[in-house]
Design a protein around this ligand. Structure first.
Ligand code: ADP
Length: 263
């Protein structure tokens, strides 16, 4: 078949021989393509009706219908949440089909300041938020996507850390390049969940996550953005102690501030 794709692997067989295993995965790829198109189309179609519903809900003055005020407020919150899920699904669809990313300078000093401001706004003084930036380096990539990835990790740290906890945002050099990390003293994540955390809609406790206002797509978006920047996500966590989410960027993605290539 002209368009067939083979997945080939070698397996040890006996003491000295190896087994060559070839699987035709073209039908799997086609199914994956159908799934992606379906999600993208449904999300796109939901966008307009949701905008209309949200717009009309905003037009109603709760003072005109005091007996319905709590219902109105819940409807507004849920329509906003649905809108966020649709936007996140559209972002994921775009990231999944994208093979290359922009090569723009992303000034880290201002990105870190923005991310910190967002953390402060979300925390509303309930956490101690620290920023330690020692890497004199900017990133090379897509400003919008990097902002959404870095800010997602901070928003998770705030949402999964009880009041009184600490959150530390770091931007540091390391031998292979530089690392952006977010550490929290929050709920932590049991080891059995770590490998699956970046799957779409994967959650440790759906009720806690729903209450915390997320869409279940944040880490999936983070992983895709990092892949497109040839960066790796590493997660360390201990239940009841806290978590660290670290994004490791190679030298090829770093620029000296005001200068050029980092080499
Ligand atoms: P959500 O919108 O549910 O937060 P994410 O994809 O961002 O979706 O995260 C997936 C799940 O990983 C969350 O539901 C939560 O259970 C867990 N998680 C993410 N970040 C943290 C964190 N900093 N501390 C504890 N658990 C976390």
């Amino acid at each position: 078949q002209a368009d067939s794709q083979l997945n080939v692997s070698m397996l040890p067989f006996g003491d000295h021989e190896q087994l060559l295993l070839a699987r035709d995965i073209s039908h799997l790829n086609r199914l994956e393509q159908i799934r992606r198109d379906f999600v993208a189309n449904v999300s796109h179609e939901l966008r307009t009706p949701l905008t209309v519903i949200h717009g009309y809900l905003e037009l109603i003055d709760p003072e005109d219908v005091p007996e319905l005020a709590p219902v109105l407020s819940e409807m507004r919150a849920q329509s906003k949440r649905m809108g966020q899920i649709v936007e996140d699904l559209l972002t994921l669809s775009r990231l999944e089909t994208q093979h290359q990313i922009a090569d723009e300078r992303v000034p880290m000093a201002s990105l870190l300041a923005t991310v910190r401001k967002e953390a402060d706004a979300l925390s509303q003084g309930r956490h101690r938020i620290l920023l330690e930036s020692t890497a004199e380096a900017d990133l090379l990539g897509s400003p919008k996507d990097l902002h959404s990835a870095l800010s997602n990790l901070v928003s998770n740290a705030v949402r999964y850390t009880p009041a009184g906890g600490s959150i530390t945002i770091r931007w540091q050099r390391e031998p292979g390049g530089a690392v952006y990390s977010v550490s929290d003293t929050g709920f932590g994540i049991p080891a059995t969940h770590l490998a699956r955390l970046t799957e779409r809609f994967y959650r440790i406790s759906s009720s806690r996550s729903r209450d915390s206002g997320g869409t279940g797509l944040g880490l999936s978006i983070v992983k895709h953005v990092l892949n497109l920047h040839q960066a790796q996500l590493r997660i360390e966590s201990a239940p009841g102690v806290g978590s660290t989410f670290a994004c490791h960027f190679g030298h090829a993605r770093l620029l000296t501030p005001g200068g050029s290539d980092d080499g």
